[in-house]
Design a protein around this ligand. Structure first.
Ligand SMILES: Cc1ncc(COP(=O)(O)O)c(C=O)c1O
Length: 369
C-alpha cells in the first residue's frame, strides 16, 4: 500500500518524518511537556497561516467536522441567527449542524458550480438585524470551487456579526488566504494542506471579535465547547484526553512546512501541482467542472469519459498506483475528483496522465471498443 499515491482530498499523504513523530513516546496530557506542546502548536498554527497577530488557536480533538461543529456552536448568541452559504456538501453540513443545535438559520444558496454572490449576503445582513454570524466554506471540496471569502469578510466587518469560515480544505493551499479573509472564526485541520495526521483540527479566533463571541455564545455542547476550550488552553490545559500522537505529528508537519518556506512556498507547490495535472487533463480532453478563476489549487472535478463508470476507473487507476475519489452527492455518477493534497512526489503527478490514458483505453478495450 505504501506506493499508492492518495489523490483523494484527505486523509492526505504524509512524510516519513511526520509519521515517525507519532513515535516520540507516551505522554500524559497533565504533564508540563504536553503544556509545552500545546503552547507551541497554538502559536505555530496561527503563525504558519499568517494570522499570528490577529488570531488565537484553539485545538480541537477530532477531524475537521469536529472543528466545524465547535465553530457553529460558538458563533451565535442566544436568540440570534446564523446565515449559512450553501453551495456544496460542506455548506449544507454547516447548515445541518446549526439545525441540530436549534440555531435559527438564514440560507443563501448558490449553484454548486458558482461562487456565492457577496451582494446577496450584504442584502441579508442589511435586512435582518438578528443575523449574528455568517458562515461560508472557502473551498467547497465537493466541486473544487472557491467562494470569495475576502469580499464577504469585508462586508461582514461592518456589522456586529462575526464571519465563520470553513477553511478545512484551503488552509495553506489557497491565496488569498486567511490573512486577507477578515474571518473571526476559522476552522482548519491538521491533515490536508498542513500535511499532518487526521485526528486534530483547530479553530482560529480573531482577537477582534471571534474570541469574545465564543465566550458570549451559550453552552450548546459539553465536548465541543469553544469557550471552555479557549479558557483551558490559554492556561496550558486541555479539558479532555487529546490525540497526543497526532499533535506530535502536527508539530513535525509545521516544522517541515516552515523549513520548506512556509505559506508562500506551500501555495506555490499546490499551484505547480495543479498546473501539471491539469495540463494532462486538457491533453486527454477530460472536461473540468470548475474553470479559473474560481477553481481551487488542490481539487479538480472531472467528467467521467463516455462509457466509463467511477468504480471501474478507480480500480484501474489503483492498479497503477493511484487512489482517486468519487464525485460527491448528485455528481457521483457523472464526475470523479483528483486532489493533489499532502505529500506526493512530483514525478508521480507527471506520470498520472499516462496512467489515466492507459486506464481509459483498457476499459474501452474491455467493452469491446
Ligand atoms: C471544506 C471541508 N469542510 C469540512 C470537511 C470535513 O473534514 P473531516 O472529513 O476531516 O471531518 C472537509 C473534508 O473533506 C472539507 O473538505
Amino acid at each position: 500500500m505504501s506506493d499508492l499515491v492518495l489523490l483523494n482530498p484527505g486523509p492526505a499523504g504524509t512524510s516519513p518524518a511526520v509519521r515517525a513523530a507519532m513515535l516520540r513516546g507516551d505522554l500524559c496530557h497533565r504533564e508540563p511537556e504536553f503544556a509545552d506542546l500545546l503552547g507551541r502548536l497554538r502559536a505555530s498554527v496561527a503563525r504558519c497561516l499568517g494570522v499570528a497577530d490577529t488570531h488565537e488557536t484553539v485545538l480541537v480533538t477530532g477531524s475537521g467536522t469536529a472543528a466545524m461543529e465547535t465553530a457553529v456552536i460558538g458563533s451565535v448568541r442566544a436568540g440570534r441567527k446564523l446565515l449559512v452559504v450553501d453551495n456544496g456538501v460542506y455548506g449544507a453540513r454547516l447548515l445541518s449542524m446549526a439545525e441540530a443545535h436549534g440555531i435559527e438559520t438564514v440560507v443563501v444558496r448558490a449553484p454548486w458550480t458558482a461562487p456565492v454572490d457577496p451582494g446577496a449576503i450584504a442584502e441579508r445582513l442589511r435586512s435582518d438585524g438578528r443575523i449574528d454570524a455568517v458562515a461560508c466554506v472557502h473551498h467547497e471540496t465537493t466541486t473544487g470551487m472557491l467562494n470569495p471569502i475576502a469580499e464577504i469578510g469585508a462586508i461582514v466587518r461592518d456589522h456586529e456579526a462575526v464571519f465563520l469560515v470553513d477553511a478545512i480544505s484551503s488552509t495553506a493551499i489557497e491565496s488569498p488566504g486567511l490573512a486577507e479573509a477578515g474571518a473571526d472564526i476559522v476552522c482548519g485541520t491538521a491533515n490536508k494542506g498542513l500535511h499532518g495526521i487526521p485526528g486534530v483540527s483547530f479553530l482560529l479566533l480573531s482577537t477582534a471579535k471571534g474570541a469574545d463571541r465564543v465566550d458570549a455564545a451559550p453552552r450548546r455542547s459539553v465536548y465541543l465547547d469553544p469557550g471552555a476550550q479557549l479558557a483551558a488552553q490559554r492556561a496550558g490545559d486541555i479539558p479532555f484526553t487529546p490525540a497526543v500522537q497526532t499533535c506530535y505529528a502536527l508539530d513535525e508537519a509545521i516544522t517541515e512546512y516552515e523549513t520548506a518556506g512556509g505559506y508562500e512556498a506551500r501555495v506555490g507547490l499546490y499551484r505547480e501541482r495543479a498546473a501539471v495535472v491539469r495540463a494532462g487533463f486538457a491533453r486527454l480532453g477530460l472536461p473540468v467542472l470548475i474553470e479559473a478563476p474560481h477553481r481551487a489549487n488542490s481539487v479538480t472535478a472531472l467528467e467521467l469519459p463516455t462509457g466509463v463508470t467511477y468504480p471501474a476507473l478507480h480500480d484501474e487507476l489503483k492498479r497503477r498506483g493511484y487512489v482517486i475519489y468519487a464525485g460527491q452527492g448528485r455528481l457521483s455518477r457523472t464526475h470523479f475528483r483528483i486532489a493533489t493534497m499532502g505529500e506526493i512526489p512530483m514525478p508521480r503527478l507527471v506520470d498520472l496522465e499516462g496512467a489515466l490514458e492507459e486506464s481509459v483505453r483498457h476499459l474501452a478495450k474491455a467493452r469491446g471498443e
